[in-house]
Design a protein around this ligand. Structure first.
Ligand SMILES: NC(=O)C1=CN([C@@H]2O[C@H](COP(=O)(O)OP(=O)(O)OC[C@H]3O[C@@H](n4cnc5c(N)ncnc54)[C@H](O)[C@@H]3O)[C@@H](O)[C@H]2O)C=CC1
Ligand SMILES: O=C(CO)COP(=O)(O)O
Length: 336
C-alpha cells in the first residue's frame, strides 16, 4: 500500500529530522509536538529552533500539539519519543491509531522493568500483530541528516512488503533506507550502541586515543552480538548499518549525546552535571545500560562493558576503576 500521509509523534531532534526526511521524499507529514509553543513555532516560522536551529522545514510538513489531528488518516505512524516514555505516550494515543497503519519505532532503547524492545512495547500497547510494526535504525545522527548529508539506514519489519512501502516513503536524494526482516537484531544494535558510546566517551574524556576507542567499539560489538545470538537475531545484522554502522557513527561523533555524556563523566563530571549539560535531550544509554544488563543476565550472556557502564552510571564506580576492571578480566579467546 502506498504511504501518502504520515504522522510523526515526537518533535525532538530525530522526530523533526525524520519528519523532514519523509516530507522531502513526497508524503504529507503531520508532526506532533508535546509543547504547543514548538508546534506554533514550526507552523509560523518553519523552524524548530529548540532542536534543529537554522533548519527550514518543507511546506508539506505541518505541526500540531493535537495528537488526534496528527493521527487522522495516517498510513504510517512514526513514534519518536524517548524509549522509557513510549509506553505511557502510546497508551494515550492508542484509541486514535488508524487500524491498519504501520507503526514505526525510531526509539533506541530497552524498557526498564519489562526488559522489552520498543517493537514489543508497541505490539503490547497497541494490540497489533508484529507484522504491523517496523523499526528504523542505523547511523543516523539527526543534525547531519537535517542538513542533507548522505546517510543510509535500515527499515526492519517481519512483513517485507510493509518495509518496502515504508522504504519508498522515506527514500530521497540524501537518505537511502535498506530493508531487513531481522527486527530483533536491528533493535538490539540500536539500543546497545548507546551504552558502548557512553564507554567510548568515558575513554575519550580520560584522554585515551583511537586504539582504546577501536578496542571498545569492537568488543562492544562482540557483546552486542552475543546478546543477539541469545535472543534469536541474525548474526549478520550486527555487521550491517544497524550494528557496526550505528556503533561507529555514535562512538566516534561529537554530535552523539551518549558519547558526549560519557566524555563528561570521563573528565570527572558527575552524573548530574552531565545530565544538566544534555539540556533535556535524551542520552538513552544511561537508562538502557541497566535494562540491557538485566536482559543479558536473564539469558546468561556476558556483557562486561555494559556491566561496567551500568556500575559507573548507577553504582558509584569511577571511570578509572572501570578501565582497570575491564583490563583485569580473565584472559580469553577473541570469539568467546
Ligand atoms: N537524535 C538522533 O540523532 C537520533 C535519535 N534516535 C532515537 O530517537 C529517540 C528520540 O530521540 P530524539 O528525538 O533525538 O530525542 P530528543 O530528546 O531530542 O526529543 C524527545 C522528544 O520526545 C518528546 N517527549 C514526549 N514525551 C516525553 C517525555 N515523557 N519525556 C521526555 N520527552 C518526551 C519531547 O518533547 C521531544 O520532542 C531516542 O530513542 C533516540 O535514541 C535515533 C536515531 C538518531
Ligand atoms: O542514534 C543516534 C545515531 O544513530 C544518535 O545517537 P545519540 O542519541 O547518542 O545522539
Amino acid at each position: 500500500m502506498a504511504i501518502e500521509r504520515v504522522a510523526v509523534l515526537g518533535a525532538g531532534s530525530w522526530g523533526t529530522t525524520f519528519a523532514k526526511v519523509i516530507a522531502d521524499s513526497g508524503p504529507e507529514v503531520v508532526l506532533w509536538a508535546r509543547r504547543q509553543d514548538v508546534a506554533s513555532e514550526i507552523t509560523e516560522t518553519r523552524v524548530n529552533s529548540g532542536y534543529l536551529p537554522g533548519i527550514s522545514l518543507p511546506a508539506n510538513l505541518a505541526a500540531t500539539a493535537d495528537a488526534a489531528k496528527a493521527l487522522d488518516g495516517a498510513d504510517a505512524v512514526v513514534l519518536a519519543v524517548p524509549s522509557q516514555t513510549l509506553r505511557v505516550n502510546l497508551s494515550a494515543w492508542k484509541e486514535l491509531l488508524p487500524p491498519d497503519a504501520t507503526l514505526v519505532s525510531l526509539s533506541k532503547g530497552v524498557e526498564l522493568g519489562t526488559l522489552k524492545r520498543m517493537s514489543e512495547v508497541i505490539r503490547e500497547v497497541a494490540g497489533v500483530d508484529e507484522s504491523q510494526v517496523a523499526v528504523v535504525s542505523g547511523p543516523n545522527l539527526a543534525k547531519e541528516i537535517a542538513v542533507g548529508q548522505p546517510t543510509a539506514t535500515v527499515i526492519a519489519c517481519t512483513d517485507h512488503d510493509r518495509a518496502v512501502d515504508l522504504q519508498h516513503a522515506c527514500s530521497n536524494s540524501y537518505f537511502r533506507p535498506y530493508t531487513n526482516t531481522d527486527v530483533v537484531g536491528c533493535e538490539l544494535g540500536g539500543a546497545c550502541k548507546n551504552v558502548i558510546a557512553l564507554a567510548c566517551g568515558m575513554a575519550a574524556g580520560m584522554g585515551y586515543g583511537d586504539n582504546t576507542m577501536a578496542s571498545i567499539i569492537t568488543r562492544g560489538l562482540a557483546e552486542t552480538a552475543r546478546l543477539g545470538a541469545a535472543l534469536g537475531a541474525d548474526p549478520l545484522t550486527f555487521a550491517g548499518l544497524a550494528g557496526l554502522g550505528d556503533l561507529v557513527a555514535t562512538c566516534a561523533s561529537p554530535l552523539s549525546r551518549n558519547r558526549s555524556f560519557g566524555e563528561r563523566l570521563g573528565r570527572g563530571e558527575t552524573l548530574a552535571q552531565a545530565q544538566e549539560a544534555a539540556h533535556g535531550q535524551v542520552a538513552e544509554g544511561v537508562k538502557s545500560c541497566s535494562s540491557i544488563r538485566e536482559l543479558a543476565a536473564k539469558h546468561g550472556v556476558d556483557m562486561p562493558i555494559t556491566e561496567g557502564v551500568h556500575q559507573v552510571c548507577h553504582d558509584g564506580l569511577s571511570v578509572r576503576e572501570l578501565g582497570a576492571a575491564l583490563l583485569g578480566r580473565d584472559r580469553k579467546h577473541e570469539r568467546q
